[in-house]
Design a protein around this ligand. Structure first.
Ligand code: PHE
Length: 338
């Protein structure tokens, strides 16, 4: 009995991978067909010595079962598949879909916006290329104020510049609408600064404005305290330090309880327990008048914050240049956070 021949047949069956549905049929015809290899082998049985016949029959049967099983497997696989892709295992799990994630600045901007929207503020937007009036003059910047200087402002012409803050949007709102006004203006702003870990030539702000009859400094404090507690947690407190802006009087800078150490003092707040997050103040009556609002009747407050700064504090990011580097390993860490 030719054992080698049997081995070869078994291997051939074992290695069989069909290229197409038709090759499964060819396989069937070759091994299991009426004139196939197995029929032929069974026909040879009668010529085998009687002593060996039983074993021969067993071997042939073994090959037959092997071929039938193989046929069955491949038929099932091809029935499941609509396209013919023989060497793809369709039972494997699919490649995971890579979803994008919101940029950290987008996440934080949206958190800030949501808090003020819940307090009844509207959203306002304006142009990034601004005229001198909306960016400076209406906001009480004297003609020779250093902020107008070439060092801070990207001028496009004698009278046009890239806006240096979104207070310009608030001027536009005041010019077009009478109080009550409650609005925030998120957007990109530009300053001619050397790029470093802490400063960039562009960044993002959210500024806010509230004007109505009888609006007081206490209203501003309470609004900003509420904002801080919503943004950084109910345990947050705020403190105001006197400051100066041409368009607000009095003006202040606001600190919030350091949300990394909860006010105990750490390297983020440089041991003070407080971190500065925004500028604010009562809108200067001259600004109201410039924008056609009756300064005798109305008062208001304004505030402005940098989204980069808040994002850096919140996520302990040490270098703001990474926000504009499109570094996927950095950005992916924010997936699912919005
Ligand atoms: N516009 C100021 C800035 O860009 C921020 C600010 C807004 C301060 C409103 C006071 C009131 O720095």
């Amino acid at each position: 009995m030719n054992t080698e021949k049997f081995e070869k047949l078994l291997n051939e069956i074992g290695d069989f991978i069909p290229e197409t549905k038709e090759s499964i049929e060819s396989f069937r015809i070759k091994f299991l067909g009426k004139k196939g290899v197995l029929t032929d082998l069974f026909a040879q049985m009668k010529d085998i010595e009687p002593a060996l016949r039983k074993e021969f029959g067993q071997r042939v049967n073994e090959i037959k079962q092997h071929a039938e099983a193989k046929l069955e497997t491949w038929r099932n696989k091809f029935d499941d598949a609509t396209t013919v892709a023989p060497n793809i295992d369709l039972s494997l799990p699919a490649e995971p879909l890579r979803l994008g994630s919101a940029h950290p600045l987008t996440i934080v901007r949206q958190q800030i916006i949501d808090i003020f929207i819940r307090m009844g503020y509207t959203l306002s937007e304006g142009p990034e290329i601004e005229d001198d009036w909306h960016n400076f003059s209406a906001l009480n910047f004297p003609p020779n104020h250093p902020a107008r200087d070439m060092q801070d402002t990207f001028f496009i012409s004698d009278t046009m510049a890239l806006r240096t803050h979104t207070s310009s949007v608030q001027v536009r709102v005041m010019e077009n609408k009478q109080p009550p006004i409650r609005t925030i203006s998120p957007g990109r702003v530009y300053r001619n600064e050397a790029i470093s870990a802490r400063a960039h030539c562009f960044f993002h702000q959210v500024e806010g404005l509230y004007i109505d009859e009888g609006v007081s400094f206490a209203d501003m404090k309470q609004t900003l305290l509420h904002f801080a507690q919503e943004m950084f947690g109910a345990q947050s407190n705020i403190r105001l330090r006197a400051s100066y802006f041409p368009f607000t009087e009095p003006s202040a800078e606001m600190d919030v309880t350091c949300f990394i150490c909860n006010g105990k003092g750490c390297n983020i707040c440089k041991g003070s327990g407080w971190v500065e997050i925004l500028g604010c103040g009562m809108v200067d009556p001259a600004v109201l008048t410039n924008c056609g609002i009756d300064a005798e009747k109305y008062t208001g407050f304004a505030f402005g914050m940098g989204i980069e700064r808040i994002t850096m504090l919140k996520y302990q990011i040490k270098d703001l240049r990474i926000f504009s580097e499109n570094n996927v390993r950095f950005l992916q860490q924010f997936s699912g956070m919005n």
